[in-house]
Design a protein around this ligand. Sequence first.
Ligand SMILES: N[C@@H](CCC(=O)N[C@@H](CS)C(=O)NCC(=O)O)C(=O)O
Length: 309
Amino acid sequence: MLVDGVWTEDWQPVQAKDKQGRFIRQTSSFRNWITADGSSGFKAEKGRYHLYVGYICPWASRTLMARALKGLTDYIDVTVVNPRLSDQGWQFGGFNGADADPLNGAAFIHQLYTKADPHFTGRATVPVLWDKKTQTIVNNESADIVRMFNSAFIEHVQQGPDLYPQDLAKNIDTLNEEMYNSLNNGVYQAGFATTQAAYQEAYQAVFSTLDMLEQRLSDGREFLFGDRFTESDIRLFVTLIRFDAAYYGLFKCNRNQIKEMPYLHAYMQRVLALEGISSTVNIEHIKAGYYSIKALNPTGIVPVGPDKI
Ligand SMILES: N[C@@H](CCC(=O)N[C@@H](CS)C(=O)NCC(=O)O)C(=O)O
């Protein structure tokens, strides 16, 4: 991580933990917004913004999904980092499907953080939404970026579903919160737990949430809120698509795989088939990335399977 703008060597996958050994995720630090009228200082303009992501990362993948669904691929270019975390965090290039940094010539993501704030202290995470005009980070919180992509460019491109419709906003917020704590971040809490009790607590939460969602989809609905695709579907999908390939094995979430849950599995395939979504998923990056976490897999051996997702 960075301390006062300087990279420190002691990178640990466990960001912080509480007294019971539970994993705690850092909060994001750049929280500016792109707006249609530019009153925020960041006006919605074609080609002005750039997204740095990792295909391994579920949070970054949320933003890729929103970009694809909202027809913003010509508006916002993307650079993909190497899926294996180096001893200086996310690195550019050197892996099939990973890019060099076309804008800043950086070797590592942390260099973007210090360019934006020479005294930055914190973890250099993806996604990063970069403004080419002011040469800074607009926002590094995927939840914000998804909402921005949903509405900020609406005067330029009218495409895709409203990911956060007003009449569902409260319900979406509630479901998002529930899924985040027990599933999206819950799998990490299982994987990075440092006590048996913390692991078991997280494991129970993961599977009781998957059971609840399997039940919810069993009435034949297309998406979580019926026939309307929302940001909650983005949040669920990014966890489901990584589950059998990474969380089941590496994070010890091994009661069952998603392919053994018929409604969730069919739902995952349905979302994967939406236009533009399959190009946001790269299973080789996901496997290589998660299985390169030395604290959990010291040999670095990447499993061959699963055969099918
Ligand atoms: N709050 C952030 C979380 C992003 C995040 O934790 N990204 C992980 C990758 S999945 C990361 O970059 N970790 C690097 C690190 O912790 O040093 C978001 O949702 O955008």
